[in-house]
Each structure stands twice: as structure tokens, then as C-alpha cells.
Design a protein around this ligand. Structure first.
Ligand code: HEC
Ligand code: HEC
Length: 212
């Protein structure tokens, strides 16, 4: 008798945990609808942006996307957001956190393509490859691969996917971390790039756009 009771309780518990997971699961269809109506003009319908200044979102980790959308929000009309982008602040102003999670789940499911890069100089790409995988010991620049993984797929939830991102966008973000218009990373990335030369930043950005 006791044994049956225990089994029933275990089953009931399993079912209720399952129901909880279902309830909190993101609504991808809602995400897709908002994406098509509001975001596609700049990030494309499938999240593979065709404009180098606008990041691709396809295949990016959902947790990371949600975090960014929350952090684009300005605390009030005068105070800049910890990720300061006037364009994106306007975009997220009307979104609820549930909408953000739905959008993030939709983009995570899209298949990423390779990014836009105009670099053809093999020496630049080779410099980028060396920094990405080995850093620059002389200037205390750590290897990007140690946090963003060797293939650029990132490590969820904290380390974003970089592979195939447009070189112009990546380069702009490295400068944003440096100039502290983007401080939503607890200054981790600022420490990483503090001693990088502009040439190294450019080279690693170009190399990343070719990763898949
Ligand atoms: C008018 C063009 C435009 C529209 C429309 C737009 N975005 Fe963006 N988005 C940008 C730009 C530009 C950036 C880069 C911001 C920066 O400099 O940090 C960006 C950045 C982002 C990022 C950060 C990506 C990363 O890798 O960190 C996310 C996430 C994002 N947008 C999601 C959305 C969503 C969701 C919508 C629709 C609700 C949307 N965007 C609508 C232009 C746009
Ligand atoms: C110690 C770990 C660590 C190392 C090493 C590291 N990163 Fe990061 N990086 C992070 C974290 C954490 C974030 C996410 C910040 C956030 O939540 O917005 C990030 C974000 C980024 C972003 C923003 C991505 C986007 O879509 O906007 C870029 C670009 C980037 N890193 C490039 C690099 C490059 C290039 C290197 C090597 C020179 C590097 N990172 C090394 C931890 C690291």
C-alpha cells in the first residue's frame, strides 16, 4: 500500500513539474509575430541581418538575447541604459519581459549564416585567428576562445555566440565596451580589450565573421 502511495505521489509530482515547465515555456509563435512586425526590417525575418551595422540574431542563445533586451531599457527618460543604443531603447520600450523571452526563443531557433566581412588581406585574418585562439600574452589579452568557445558558438547562458557575426558590428561593440557606452558585462569585456590595438580589434572582428 505504502509503495503504491509513494509511486502515485512521485507521478503526481512529475506531472506538476511538467505542467510548470509548460507554463513557463516561451511562446515562439508570439515571438515570431513581433519579430516579423517590428524587428525584421533591421534584423531580417530569420534573424540573419544583411546590414553590417545591425547584428545577426539567428542562433544566438535565448538567455543572452533576453538579457540584452532588458538592458536596452532606459531607467528613465534622461538616464542612458547600461547598454546604450537609442535605436534599440525605442524598440524595447513597449515590450514586456515575456515578449522578450518569446522573441529570444524564436531567434535562438533560427539557423545562422556567415557574417559580412570585406577583409581580404590574409595577414589581417591570420592576426585575428591568433588573437581569437591564443590572445596576446605580451599585452595580457586573453584568448577569446576561452569564454566564447573555439568555434565561436559561445557558452550559454553567460557567453554569447560570436560565430558569423558581421565584422562592423563586432568592431563597434568592442569600442563600445572600451568607451563604456556598453557596461552591461560588469566590465569583463573592457578588461579583455583594454590593451588591444585598433588593428587587433579589427582583425579579430574580421576573423569572427568567418567562423561557423
Ligand atoms: C531600426 C533598426 C532596428 C530595429 C527595427 C530593431 N533593431 Fe535590434 N538592433 C539594431 C541595432 C543598430 C543594434 C546594435 C545596437 C548597439 O549598437 O548596441 C541592435 C541590437 C539588437 C540586439 C543585441 C544583439 C547582440 O548580439 O547583442 C538584440 C537582441 C536586438 N537588437 C533585438 C531586436 C528586436 C527583438 C527587435 C524588434 C522588437 C529589434 N531588435 C528591432 C537595430 C534595430
Ligand atoms: C573572461 C571571459 C571573456 C573573454 C576572455 C572574452 N569575452 Fe567577450 N564577452 C564576455 C561576456 C560575459 C560577454 C557578454 C556581456 C553581456 O552580457 O552583454 C561578452 C560579449 C562579447 C561581445 C558582444 C557580443 C554581441 O553580440 O554583442 C563581443 C563582440 C565579444 N565579447 C568579443 C570578444 C573578443 C573579440 C574576445 C577576445 C579578444 C573576447 N570577447 C573575450 C566574456 C569574455
Amino acid at each position: 500500500m505504502n509503495k503504491i502511495m509513494n509511486m502515485t505521489m512521485a507521478l503526481a509530482l512529475a506531472l506538476s513539474t511538467h505542467a510548470l515547465a509548460e507554463n513557463t515555456a516561451a511562446n515562439v509563435a508570439n515571438g515570431q509575430e513581433i519579430a516579423a512586425g517590428v524587428c525584421a526590417g533591421c534584423h531580417s525575418a530569420d534573424g540573419n541581418s544583411i546590414i553590417p551595422a545591425n547584428p545577426s540574431l539567428a542562433g544566438q542563445h535565448a538567455e543572452y538575447i533576453t538579457k540584452q533586451l532588458i538592458e536596452f531599457k532606459m531607467p528613465d527618460e534622461e538616464t542612458p541604459a547600461i547598454r546604450n543604443s537609442p535605436v534599440m531603447s525605442a524598440m524595447v520600450a513597449a515590450l514586456s519581459v515575456d515578449d522578450m523571452k518569446d522573441l529570444a526563443a524564436f531567434y535562438e531557433q533560427q539557423t545562422p549564416t556567415t557574417g559580412i566581412s570585406t577583409e581580404t588581406d590574409e595577414n589581417v585574418l591570420e592576426l585575428g585567428r591568433i588573437i581569437y585562439h591564443g590572445g596576446n600574452i605580451e599585452n595580457e589579452v586573453p584568448a577569446c576562445a576561452s569564454c566564447h568557445s573555439p568555434d565561436g558558438a559561445g557558452i550559454p547562458p553567460h557567453y554569447p555566440r560570436l560565430a558569423g557575426q558581421h565584422a562592423d558590428y563586432t568592431f563597434a561593440q568592442l569600442n563600445a565596451f572600451n568607451e563604456e557606452t556598453r557596461t552591461n558585462d560588469n566590465r569583463v569585456m573592457k578588461q579583455v580589450i583594454l590593451r588591444m590595438s585598433p588593428r587587433e580589434k579589427k582583425a579579430v572582428s574580421e576573423y569572427i565573421s568567418g567562423l561557423e
